[in-house]
Design a binder for this molecule. Sequence first.
Ligand code: DGT
Ligand code: CA
Ligand code: CA
Ligand code: ZN
Length: 577
Amino acid sequence: MENQEIAAVFEEISNLMKILQDDPKWQFKAAAYDRAKRAIEGYSERLEDIARDPQRKLTEIPGIGEDLAKKITELVETGQCKYHQEQLRKVPRSLLDLLQLQTVGPQKVRLFKEKLGITTVDGLEKAAKEGKLRALPGMSVKSEENVLKAIEVFRRAAGRFRLDTAFETAQELVAYLKEFKGVEEVTPAGSLRRGRETVGDLDLLVTGRNHAAIAEHFAKFPGVAQVLAKGEDKVTVKLQNDLQVDVRLLERQSYGAALQYFTGSKEHNVALRDRAKRRGWKLSEYGLFEGNKIIASRTEEEIYARLGLQWIPAELRENLGEIEAAEEGRLPKLVELSEILGDLQIHTTASDGRCTVEEMAEGAKKRGYKYILITDHSKAVTIANGLDERRAVEHIRNIKAVRRKVKGIEIWAGTEVDILGDGKLDYSDELLRQFDIVLASIHSRMTQAPEEMTERLLKGLRNPYVRILGHPTGRQLLKRDPYSFDLEKIITTAQKLGVILELNGNPERLDLCDRHVKLVRDRGMNVIISTDAHHPDQFDFMRYGVTTARRGWMEKKGILNTYPPEKLLASLRPLPT
Ligand code: DGT
Ligand code: CA
Ligand code: CA
Ligand code: ZN
C-alpha cells in the first residue's frame, strides 16, 4: 500500500467525523487525522516498508501516535481498516460523492444533509436549481451558482482518471505481467500512450506464449476488484480504484498493427483507414492488407511507411493535421524529457512545500538539472503559509546562502507572487526587484466575471517585473474549470510584453493544456514547463508536462527550460533598468 492510499483513508475518516459529529471529541480527533494525513503524504519513505520492518516503529513519524500506527499496520496488512469501514457504514456512499464537488467540504455536506436531507449529487442539484441552498447559513446566490458549476464539472469527470493515476497503475500492471513466465512485450496503448490529460480506461497489449495462462495470471493481479470478461485473447477487469483495464493478448506478427489500432485515437484511425482504402488496401488491427495478403503488420513503422507517411509519435495522433504533416515530411521533432535542464516553479518549507531549499536543490542536482527557481508563495496565500515582506527578504538571503553551499547547479531566488483581486501584485516593485525571476499567478477570487478577470490578468502581466505567468487558466483537472476570461487577449499581450506562459506539469493542473500549447506554438511563442514541486519526488511531474508539450507539437527550441542557464536568462523579458 502506498502512502497516498493510506493518507486518503485518513482523510476520509476525518471527513466522516466532520459530517457525522457523533463523537464527543470529533473536532480533536478529526484534526489529528488531518495532521496525520499531511504528514503521511509528505513522508519521504514508504510507510509500508517501515511497518514491515521489525527494527522500526511508525510512531517515529511526527504526527503518528500509537493508535494511528496500529491503523496503518492494519491497512498495510489487510488492505482495510475496521474503524474506517464502520464509519463508512454510517452514511450512504453517495454522500461522499458530494465531497468531490469543488467548494463543498464536510461542513457543507453536513449542512445540506441536516437541513435539506440531501444525500446525493442529484438531490443537491435539484435543491440548487430550486434556489433552496442560498438561504442556508453561510450560503448565497453566488455560492449556490458555484455548486451548480461544480456539479457540471463532476458529471463531466465521471469515469475518467488523471494521467498520473493511469500512468502509475499501468506501470504496476506492466511490472506484474512482465515477471510472468512466457510474457514477452507489454505495452500500454490507448489514450495513456497518447498522453491525454485524462484517461477513460487502460488498454494493455501483451505478446507471449500461452495466452490462456497469461490471462489467468492477469485476472489474479492483487488490485483487481472484479473480472468483467475473460476470453482467450482478452481480459477486462475493474481495479479497486475503479479504473477499468482491457488486456489484449496478441500474436507477434500483428503486434505493430494492433499497437497502431489500439493506440488510436479513433479519429486518427478513421483517417488512416481511409487513406489505406484510397490505395485499394484495407487496414485493421491485424495488419495492412492487399486482398488477403498482409503487406505490413509487424511494426508501426512498417505500416506508416507503406502508407507513405513518416512514423507519427503517439501524442500527435488526434487527426489534427499530423497525417498531412507526416505525408509532407514536416512532423516536428518533439521535445523529450531528457532535454529538460531545470525546473522553474518549486515550493519549499518557507511556504507550503515539504522540503528545504537545500533538499530541493540536491534533488534537482541528482536529476542532472542545471538550474532551479525557488518560488514560494506571497503573503496573500495564507493557507499556503505565504511569505510576508520580512520573511521574503530573509528567504532570498537563505536561498543565496544555499547557492554558495550547493555547487554544480544554479539556484535562483524567485517568488510565485499573487495577482490580487484587483490585478495588483502582492509585493511592492521594491521587493519584486530583489528576486532573480518573478512568476505571478492567481489563487483567489477565481469566479470573477470574465471582463474583470481579463483586466486583472492584463494588469498582472503589465508589471515590469513579472516574467512568467503561472498556471495561466487556473483549472484543476476533473475538479475545477478554467477561470472565465479572454485567453486570446492574454496570449497576445504576453507575447507583446515578452512574458512567458507556464505549462504547469502538475498532473492535477496541466495548465496550459495541450490545445493551448499548440495555439501559442503556432504563434511562435515559447513556454516554460515546470512542476510546481512541493517535494523532490514531484520533479517527476515533468514527465506529464513534457507529454502535454508534445501533444502541443512543441520542439526543444520552444521550451525555454531546455536552454542552458545564460541563454534561458537572456530569453526572458528584460528587467526595467
Ligand atoms: P479513453 O479510454 O476514453 O481515454 O480513450 P481511448 O482512446 O483509450 O479509447 P478506447 O479505450 O475506447 O479505445 C482504445 C483505442 O482503440 C482507441 O483509441 C482507438 C481504438 N478504437 C476503439 N474503438 C474504435 C472504433 O470504433 N474505431 C476505430 N477506428 N478505432 C477504435
Ligand atoms: Ca482507453
Ligand atoms: Ca479500452
Ligand atoms: Zn500556484
